[in-house]
Design a protein around this ligand. Structure first.
Ligand code: PLP
Length: 465
């Protein structure tokens, strides 16, 4: 009944999104304190709920779909995705098994095959949609654990097994350490391998860590490499790492959460080199492929290893079709699954390969233009090489050499910029240096947004030091 009204609201919101402060300017507790102590006794009118939404909730929202959002990595969306998601939510289907919605399973299989070709992934891989990259990497680590113990830890617990080692670079995402904790290995058994000056994992350091562990009777189990680290979008040398994994019979997982989307461009196909060594791979269409959160594409080389790790079928979940179909609840952690393939299908069809490529290429070109400007500005400097659409830089006024002071200045700059509400940027630390991170990957970002952001950063930097 109110759906038409709401769709109008959504259309107006997205059209006027630049009028809101990108980053919510509220303080902790402000939303909570405005909400009543108790839920209503009787149902309330839709108009009243919407009014409170506008008044209490909206000011506490950070607008991720604003083209002035340059923070973290984008969680971007598009009209196609949003409309697909509306249908998903209208049908409210629970897509745990083939039988509980055959179209959901078969569409998922199809779009994952399309994506595989789009990114140039190995033909024999099997794809499934997970909620997030964090879950996908956990699924990878758990599969590795079971595969190399003949599926015995699932049954008996760790028992006498207990000296497994997992490796990733010191720039890998925190979700890897979380996965290692949850899988029962313990953070101490995650070996963080040092990176080179371009923040890429050093294969020789990996090799020596593995040999040292073997000499000490520890079992190297899994290596996680990253295509596009969160700090700087560095790409680890997959081929060298893959060869080491093959030589030592170690599971090789690749986390391409954000930058994986660039693999749809022929000029970024170099990122695929060494993929054939991988046992599992994840990238997030919900980051940079215009499909709204959540939608994480997970690929496994060995489908049996995956389902043997996760399949568990009580009587009430048995169906006649089980032997003939994919039941995706056997391919990961959750039983209940949303119909996520639908929005992805809407996106892939309405953009087409060309449309997706044009968008990603455009985002990268905007980043490249800004990189040139930064390099041409004497009191700013890049702190890491640019790979795709992320820039890491800092303000470095002449005459200031103390690193702590530079860190303080840049932290101040970042917060003052964000306090304007005009744009939203975030930071990281690179070799102890406070770096401003700016990503030009929001669906609707245009050069004039980036120009205005750059002008604002420079203007405020001039007032700071
Ligand atoms: C963002 C990111 C993740 C986490 O993604 P989620 O889908 O939010 O779990 C993992 N790895 C890398 C490299 C990332 O950039």
């Amino acid at each position: 009944m109110h759906a038409h009204e709401l769709v109008d609201w959504i259309a107006d919101y997205l059209e006027n999104i630049e009028e809101y402060p990108v980053k919510s300017q509220l303080k902790p507790g402000e939303v909570y304190d405005k909400l009543p102590l108790q839920m209503p006794q009787e149902g309330e009118a839709f108009a009243k709920i919407m009014q409170d939404f506008n008044e209490f909730i909206l000011p506490g929202v950070t607008h991720w779909q604003s083209p002035n959002f340059f923070a973290y990595f984008p969680a971007n969306s598009s009209y196609a995705s949003l409309l697909g998601e509306m249908l998903t939510s209208a049908m409210g289907a629970q897509c745990m098994k083939w039988e509980t919605s055959p179209a959901a399973t078969e569409l998922e299989q199809k779009v994952m095959e399309w994506l595989k070709v789009l990114l140039g992934l190995p033909e024999k891989w099997h794809g499934v949609i997970q909620d997030t990259a964090s879950t996908s990497s956990l699924v990878a680590v758990l599969t590795a654990r079971e595969y190399y113990t003949d599926y015995s830890i699932n049954k008996h617990g760790f028992g006498t097994w207990g000296s497994f080692r997992i490796y990733c670079s010191d720039e890998a995402h925190s979700s890897i350490e979380k996965a290692v904790r949850i899988a029962g290995f313990g953070s101490e058994n995650l070996v963080k391998i040092e990176t080179d000056e371009a923040f890429q994992l050093k294969p020789e350091a990996l090799l020596s860590a593995i040999t040292e562990d073997k000499n000490n009777n520890r079992q190297p189990l899994c290596v996680v490499a990253t295509i596009g680290t969160t700090g700087t979008t560095a790409v680890d040398p997959l081929k060298e790492i893959g060869k080491i994994c093959t030589d030592y019979d170690i599971w090789f997982h690749i986390d391409a959460a954000f930058a994986g989307s660039a693999m749809i461009l022929p000029e970024y196909r170099w990122m695929n080199k060494g993929l054939n060594y991988a046992d599992s791979f994840v990238f997030n269409p919900h980051k940079w492929l215009f499909t709204n959160f959540d939608c994480s594409a997970y690929y496994a080389k060995d489908k049996q290893a995956l389902t043997k790790t996760f399949q568990l079928i009580p009587e009430y979940l048995k169906t006649r079709a089980d032997k003939e179909v994919n039941n995706y609840s056997d391919w990961g952690i959750q039983l209940g699954r949303r119909f996520r393939a639908l929005k992805l299908w809407f996106v892939l069809r309405s953009f087409g390969k060309r449309g997706l490529q044009d968008k990603i290429r455009f985002h990268i070109s905007i980043a490249k233009d800004l990189e040139e400007r930064i390099n041409d500005t004497s009191d700013f400097e890049m702190l890491a090489p640019r790979t795709v659409s992320l820039l890491c830089f800092r303000y470095h006024p002449a005459g200031i050499h103390d690193e702590n002071e530079l860190n303080r200045i840049n932290e101040g700059l970042l917060h003052e910029v964000n306090a304007t509400g005009t744009i939203y940027i975030t930071h990281t630390k690179l070799n102890g240096k406070y770096a401003i991170r700016m990503v030009t990957g929001q669906t609707n970002v245009e050069p004039h947004h980036v120009e205005r952001a750059w002008d604002l950063i420079r203007e405020i930097s001039g007032k700071i030091a």
